[in-house]
Design a protein around this ligand. Structure first.
Ligand SMILES: [Zn+2]
Length: 242
């Protein structure tokens, strides 16, 4: 028995030494991982629009936060400078169809994809770029619209879908109070610490803009990091039937 202790002693000593050094390091790296996992993506659909989009950009700039704008192609004309500003200030750019007309875009996957392609080329023309924008959002969300065939066609075209798990509800109820939008921003559809917040920048979204400061303050206090969506962001879409 004594011999066994003697033989094991150096190893035990090494083990104790290893634990005492590595434990604080492990704790730190766990904290770091937890922080990394708390990500929030603020997304604004339906722009660019006069006044509101600029006001939202002002708020984001003031708070040093990057967001993502899902652009509707037909809204660009006459608002090119707003689109340029979104791009120049480092926000994510996603496609949200050209017409936003549900009857046309959801007639066939081909129509839907053609509208995304058209919006992408319009954006590139205005920006003087050749961006391969892959990030898309379904108007009204993918639920009940996406199926296996549609999904495969989108994949073939290289598009990546982003729905949301937090809904400000400012699309249909734009006139709710900023306090109400703040409360809605805290409600997540799942238990994920990866939040994708749906917001809008239509002409009636003044109160969304007014709520932004508090929404950003809330998520910052909760330890979330704000990020823009790009092609490296894991897609997020609702489960669909075949
Ligand atoms: Zn929309």
């Amino acid at each position: 028995m004594n011999r066994l202790i003697k033989t094991c002693y150096p190893f035990l000593l090494l083990l104790i030494l290893f634990c005492s050094i590595s434990l604080p390091t492990m704790a730190t790296s766990m904290e770091a991982t937890e922080t990394e996992e708390k990500v929030v993506y603020l997304t604004f659909d339906d722009g660019p629009t006069p006044k509101i989009t600029d006001q939202i950009l002002d708020q984001l700039k003031k708070n040093n936060v990057k967001a993502t704008f899902f652009i509707v192609g037909k809204e660009i004309k006459g608002r090119e400078t707003i689109l340029k500003r979104i791009y120049d200030e480092g926000h994510g750019i996603g496609l949200h169809t050209y017409s936003h007309n549900f009857k046309i875009i959801y007639k066939s996957p081909e129509n839907f994809i053609a509208e995304m392609d058209k919006t992408k080329s319009t954006i590139n023309e205005v920006l003087g770029t050749n961006l391969d924008i892959k990030v898309i959002r379904f108007p009204g969300g993918s639920a009940g619209r996406l199926n296996k065939n549609f999904y495969n066609k989108l994949c073939e075209s290289g598009y990546l879908i982003y729905d949301w798990n937090v809904d400000l509800q400012d699309g249909i109820k734009g006139n709710l109070s900023p306090q109400c939008f703040l409360e809605n921003s805290k409600k997540c559809m799942d238990k994920s610490t990866r939040r994708i917040i749906l917001a809008h920048c239509n002409s009636n979204n003044q109160n969304t803009c007014a709520a932004l400061d508090q929404i950003i303050a809330y998520y910052t206090k909760e330890g979330y990091v704000f990020k823009a969506i790009n092609h490296t962001t894991a897609p997020y879409y609702y489960r669909f039937k075949n």
